[in-house]
Structure formats: structure tokens, C-alpha cells
Design a protein around this ligand. Structure first.
Ligand SMILES: [Zn+2]
Length: 121
């Protein structure tokens, strides 16, 4: 078992809360860009000096996707911690190295399995 499971799950919850607020920020940004888009007439779209709304939109969209993915990874880690399964590789069931968990608290795979998956991509 990894040491101090309470500290760990507290840290995970903290990270989850942060990811949550980043997701909220990204949603707000998307809503903002959407209202810009709606305020823009078809002519403005071709205005070289105008705000490139479609670019802002894809940036905000990418930010949201990243935030959601991060929040989901952390949610899984928090769930795993609640089951007492935090820090156990989802593929091979071995303990994930503590240094790896320190660097990537949301890791669900040990370094060997993570590398194997990277190679498959
Ligand atoms: Zn593994």
C-alpha cells in the first residue's frame, strides 16, 4: 500500500476541484465567444481587422476538451481512492510507482503499461 492514503485522497480532491473550475472557466469562455459570434454579421466575418471568432472558438473548444478530460481522469482517481484502489495499474494490477504518482496524480497505468499503450498508438 502507498503511505498516507488520506493525504493522497485529499490532494486528489483538491486537484479535482481545480480541474472543475478550469472546466467552468472554459465553458464561460465558450459562451463568451458564442455571443461574439452571434453579434457578428456575415460581413464582419470577412473583415480582416475583425476578431477572428472562429479561431477563438476552436481555442476555447480545445481548452474545454482538455479540461473535461483532465477532470474525468481525476474523477477516476478519486473514485479509485474511495475504493482503496488508487495507485494500482488498471491494466496489470501492479502498484504504480510513487514517483510516477507524485508527478501524475491522475495516472491509472503503471509506467510499463503506459509505455505499451503509447507504442500502440
Ligand atoms: Zn501496469
Amino acid at each position: 500500500m502507498n503511505a498516507a492514503p488520506d493525504d493522497q485522497s485529499q490532494r486528489l480532491r483538491q486537484l479535482l476541484a481545480e480541474a472543475d473550475s478550469r472546466e467552468q472557466q472554459a465553458r464561460n469562455r465558450l459562451a463568451e465567444v458564442r455571443s461574439l459570434q452571434q453579434g457578428q454579421s456575415a460581413d464582419d466575418e470577412h473583415d480582416p481587422d475583425g476578431v477572428p471568432v472562429s479561431f477563438e472558438w476552436s481555442k476555447a473548444q480545445a481548452m474545454l476538451e482538455q479540461a473535461v478530460a483532465e477532470r474525468e481522469r481525476l474523477q477516476r482517481a478519486v473514485d479509485a481512492a474511495a475504493r482503496g484502489a488508487y495507485g494500482v495499474c488498471a491494466v496489470c494490477g501492479r502498484e504504480i510507482d510513487a514517483r510516477r504518482l507524485a508527478a501524475r496524480p491522475d495516472a491509472t497505468l503503471c509506467i510499463e503499461c503506459a509505455r505499451a499503450q503509447e507504442l500502440q498508438r
